[in-house]
Write a protein that binds this ligand. Sequence first.
Ligand code: 13P
Ligand code: SF4
Length: 305
Amino acid sequence: MTVVQMLEEIKRLKKEKNICILAHAYQRQDIWEVADYIGDSFGLSVEASKTDADTVIMCGVRFMAETVKILSPEKNVYLANPLAGCPMAEQMDVDIISQMKQSLPDYAVVAYINTTSELKTVCDVCVTSSSAVKIISRMPQKKILFIPDCNLGSYIAKSLPEKEVKLVHGGCPTHVRISVKDVEKARAAHPDAELLVHPECIPEVTERADFVGSTTEIMSYAEKGDKKEYIIGTENSIVEHLQFSCPDKSFYPLSKDCVCHNMFATTLSDVYRCVKGIGGEKIELDSEVAAGAKRCIDEMLRLGK
Ligand code: 13P
Ligand code: SF4
């Protein structure tokens, strides 16, 4: 079978079986070509809450597939590659966060959506990189305990000086690889380019950027911008996607090391096996965990509108 034949067969089968394929923006270009919706974590959650397909296949990481299952419990939800997990989602222990919550009764606990469903059950609301500042600014509480990404947390604290944000050490092992030296090198190599970075980068990098945003915010900024050159400070798949959508502009990775092996794990053949019914992992969640996590995700959707 060739790549073209596989693409065609996936498209045929998903129509025949009423399957919706959701893909995070970090997925490979060939997966983008079979996806019904491509977006950042917030967009994927909104899409998951409204799809009328019988089956949803998530091409992304585990917490994203769990979010779909929580929002659409009656649907068959599959994670296209069962090995694709977000290491940051596993960084915090539920018991430790519960204890912290008890010792900080006047704090609202806000979780990045990159957390396990179990962890979401002990949090008040979750947020994504594109919705965090908006959601937290709309919360009545002044004191916020933000977990687990201390880099996104610092960015939120700087954007909302009226809030008191307490952070717990954690973060994305992919974005923390980007250093100030990378910024200096890229600026020197491409002096006319604008630097666009994800808030999961360290503060020393985000404060040197021309624009800070989620994956889809970075893409739409570069697509609509007047500049001809952009340095991209997020997972390197975005460099290639932008080159496809804007062939007349130039895009450069801020660091060759900003590659997420978990996002890159899912291949077109995983999606093919999943639509055939011989691959992927069917997501099943404990009903109490799902109900607890849903409260946190529903609150995100309500405040993030
Ligand atoms: P966004 O898609 O919300 O920008 O998040 C990036 C990410 O790392 C997802 O795991
Ligand atoms: Fe997790 Fe970072 Fe990979 Fe996103 S890029 S899935 S936050 S490890």
